[in-house]
Design a protein around this ligand. Structure first.
Ligand SMILES: [Zn+2]
Length: 492
């Protein structure tokens, strides 16, 4: 069925002359890779779910779990490992492989991405009633395009902490899946002309979603904690039934709202992807897949460590225990280097390795918008389905330098992939990401890259189908070709 569709599509393209450039053509492989990425994102309504999905992919490929709280066992050449900062059901993840030819002259090839996206999250006291309805008290997280959250079928997902009658505490992930919440728009007839024009959202007053058409009494009795009294009984009942526990066992949670509509293909040939959280769960997926491909094929010829770090809290500045401003990369590098150390290695081995290491910070980039094309400077206006974008900003909102940009372009050139370039217009403020933060914290060289997308920070973003394949291939090539290019440029 799928093959026939592609044959017909290819035939149509040829006859109509509306073909993509040959290297950008959609093939069954590109559609399959995009489909896997979409599946990953749809099943990751919270950062914790994104990490859980990643862990499942790593376990399937025989990666070994490490525990940050304990001394690590000796690591092996050819070994594959992962750990989570919060150990259980965390929101950040580190995974790495050690090449068969690892030695004291080895370097670290690192890809960073982030698991979080702007969204609405339940406040510690979530019950709120108005106009005979039960609402949910929510807090805005990050800089969302909040008007896109109106009139969507929303649900809840995240982490719940449970305490059973014997006092045993467990943590579970939950995803309610069905639509149970909605933030209704105000009817056009009830808005004044200026209100319609402005469509200004007050983040406190206008974003509280409706949860129920009834108002129930709060839970009572000595058994009920003050935390439980702060939440709608029906919501606690729904969570308890989903988890197969009693309401009294739910002692805390961290729940996120999300759009129940999963990722889908769009465009006449399925050349686009529309989904929530492309920024930056797409980055998480392509990093994971590149590492898995490298672990599968590349370790025999590899002399270095290939590592991916998926951080939380990028959307709110990265300063947290699990963000890019944390010690996550620093400690990973230190512990791996320490575990692989030979007696004859010099005292400053780690510092030497850090100087030779390189970080690819992968976060989404702004594609040129056809209806707002003046927002891009025309020579630096990335397109969808046209390959990975290098982001440069000499004011250091991006960490790309002449040398790091060259190295990444060169990797693309070696595998025949075009890269695109983005520099923001001089009269526009520039976004930022984890690259400058990691560079400043670790002193490692870094390049900021990503795939192009539209509607960044909307509840439903839009990206290119072909870009998934191009990103995975290029990141895999980074793990495989970085050393040869770096040695050409800087010597051994
Ligand atoms: Zn991002």
């Amino acid at each position: 069925m799928i093959t026939r569709f592609f044959l017909l599509t290819a035939l149509f393209n040829v006859i109509s002359g509306l073909n993509f450039p040959s290297s950008h053509e959609l093939t069954p492989r590109s559609m399959d890779m995009a489909r896997s990425a979409m599946d990953y994102i749809t099943k990751s309504p919270s950062p914790n779910h994104a990490v859980e999905q990643g862990v499942n992919m790593l376990i399937k490929a025989d990666f070994v779990k490490l525990d940050e709280r304990k001394p690590w066992p000796p690591l092996k050449n050819g070994g594959k490992y992962y750990f989570q900062r919060e150990h259980t059901l965390g929101s950040s993840l580190v995974a790495f492989t050690i090449g068969h030819h690892y030695s004291s002259s080895s370097r670290f090839k690192i890809i960073g991405a982030h698991t979080d996206s702007p969204n609405l999250r339940i406040k510690p006291k979530s019950r709120r009633t108005h106009s005979s309805l039960t609402l949910l008290n929510v807090e805005t997280y990050g800089g969302g395009l909040w008007h896109t959250w109106f009139d969507r079928d929303l649900s809840l997902a995240g982490k719940v902490i449970l305490k059973n009658p014997s006092g045993i505490i467990t943590q579970r992930l939950v995803n309610l899946k069905k639509p149970i919440l909605r933030i209704p728009n105000l009817a056009i007839h009830l808005q004044t002309g200026p209100e319609r024009e402005a469509f200004k959202v007050n983040k406190e007053d206008h974003l509280q979603p409706v949860l129920s058409g009834y108002i129930e009494k709060v839970l009572g009795g000595n058994e009920t904690s003050s935390w439980q009294k702060g939440h709608e009984p029906k919501l606690l009942r729904t969570l308890a039934s989903e988890l197969g526990v009693e309401i009294s066992e739910i002692v805390d949670f961290e729940l996120h709202l999300y759009d129940t509509l999963g990722a889908s293909f769009n465009g006449l040939d399925g050349e686009f992807i529309t989904s929530s959280r492309l920024d930056n769960q797409m980055g998480c997926y392509v990093s994971l897949q590149a590492l898995l491909n490298h672990a599968d094929k590349g370790l025999k010829n590899d002399s270095d460590v290939s590592l991916i770090a998926l951080f939380d809290h990028e959307e709110v500045g990265s300063s947290s225990t699990t963000g890019a401003g944390s010690t996550l990369i620093e400690e990973s590098v230190k512990r791996i280097s320490g575990a692989m150390r030979e007696e004859e290695d010099g005292q400053d081995l780690l510092e030497c390795q850090i100087r030779k290491s390189f970080v690819v910070s992968f976060d989404m980039a702004h594609a040129e918008h056809p209806n707002y094309s003046t927002k891009h400077e025309k020579f630096h206006a990335p397109k969808l389905n046209s390959g990975v974008v290098i982001k440069t900003n000499d004011n250091q909102r991006y960490a790309t330098s002449g040398q790091t940009g060259y190295i990444f372009r060169e990797i693309g050139r070696k595998i025949g992939h075009d890269v695109q370039e983005f520099v923001v217009r001089n009269d526009c403020a520039c976004g930022s990401t984890i690259g400058p933060i990691i560079s400043a914290r670790t002193g490692m060289r870094c390049v900021d890259v990503g795939t192009a997308q539209l509607s960044m920070h909307s509840i439903r973003e839009m990206g290119g189908t072909k870009d998934v394949e191009m990103a995975v291939d290029l990141l895999e090539a980074f793990f495989e070709r970085f050393r040869e290019i770096d040695e050409e440029l800087n010597g051994e």
